[in-house]
Design a binder for this molecule. Sequence first.
Ligand code: CO8
Length: 290
Amino acid sequence: MASLCRSAASLLKPRAAPAVRSAVRLCSSGARYEYILVEKRGERSNVGVIQLNRPAALNALCDGLMKEVGRALDAFEVDGDVGAIVITGSDRAFAAGADIKEMQNLNFQDCYSGNFLAHWNRVSTVTKPVIAAVNGFALGGGCELAMMCDIVYAGEKAQFGQPEILLGTIPGSGGSQRLTRAVGKSLAMEMVLTGDRINAHEAKQSGLVSKVYPVDQLVSEAVKCGEKIASNSKLVSAMAKEAVNAAFELTLAEGNRLEKRLFHATFATDDRREGMAAFVEKRKASFQDK
Ligand code: CO8
C-alpha cells in the first residue's frame, strides 16, 4: 500500500522492470498468479495488460483474484516502461461480481472488523491511466471494477448491472456512487433498485463507457488507446489524471484551483519544455518522463 502513496514522480522513475514481457503467470516477486494473466503489449511493450482468468466462475472476483490484480498493478506502477494499463476479462465475462460463494457465510462482524474487500480500492489509487475493456457480463463488483478504471471501453455484447439487490444486499465498492456520477440519478437508481442490466449501447449513450467495439477488436483497441497515452509524458499524464479525478471530489472552485496549480507544475518539467519546443520546431516530441 505504501508504494501507492508515493508521489507520481517517484513512481514514474524507471526501476528494474519485472519479468512480464510476455504472457506469463509470474509476478515480479516470482510468485505465480492463479487467477490472472499478465503481459505487456503494444509496439513498444509499454501497455500493461491484466486479464482476469477464472472462466469457470465467470471471473467472479474472489479475494485471491483481487489481491493478484493489486500485485500486478503494483508491478506496472513501478515499471518505467509502462505508460498505461488495460484490465480485461473474457469474451463471456469481464467479471460477474464479487464471489457470492465466498461471501455467503460471512456475518457483519467478519465484514466490519476485517474491513471486507477494502483492498479493492487499490485499482482506483494507481497513478497510471487504467482502461477497462469490458466484454460480456460486468455485474455487481465487476461493474464497480470497470468504473474504478479511468476509461471504459465495451464490446458490443457487454452487459452492465448492479444486481446486488436481488441477493439482499447493495453495491459495496462504489456502485451507488460512481454509477450515479456516470449515468445520472434516474438510471442509476433504476439499475440499483431493480437489478436490471443495460447493454453496451445504452452504457455508451448514458456516459458509462466512451467507445463500443466489436467483441474481437475490443482489447486491441484498448491497447491502442493505451499506446497513445503511453507515448505522452508519464509524469504529465499522472497530473492530468489527478486533475480529472479531482472533479469528482472537489467543488468547482477547489477543482479549478488544483488544476491551475498542476498546470503551473507542468512548467517545472522537462517534458513541458520539450513538448512546446517540438511544436515550434515542427517535430515529434520525445518525452523523458521528467
Ligand atoms: N460469484 C460466484 N460464482 C459465480 C458468480 C459470482 N458472482 N457469478 C457466476 N458464478 C458461477 C456460477 O455459480 C456458476 O458456477 P457453477 O457452474 O459451479 O454453478 C458459473 O459461474 C457459471 O454461472 P451460471 O451457470 O450462473 O451462468 P449463466 O450464463 O446461466 O448466468 C450470470 C450468468 C447471469 C452472470 C449469473 O451467473 C449471475 O447472475 N451471476 C451473479 C451475478 C451477481 O449477482 N453479481 C453480483 C454479486 S454481489 C457483488 O458483486 C457485490 C460487490 C460488493 C463489493 C464490495 C467491496 C467492498
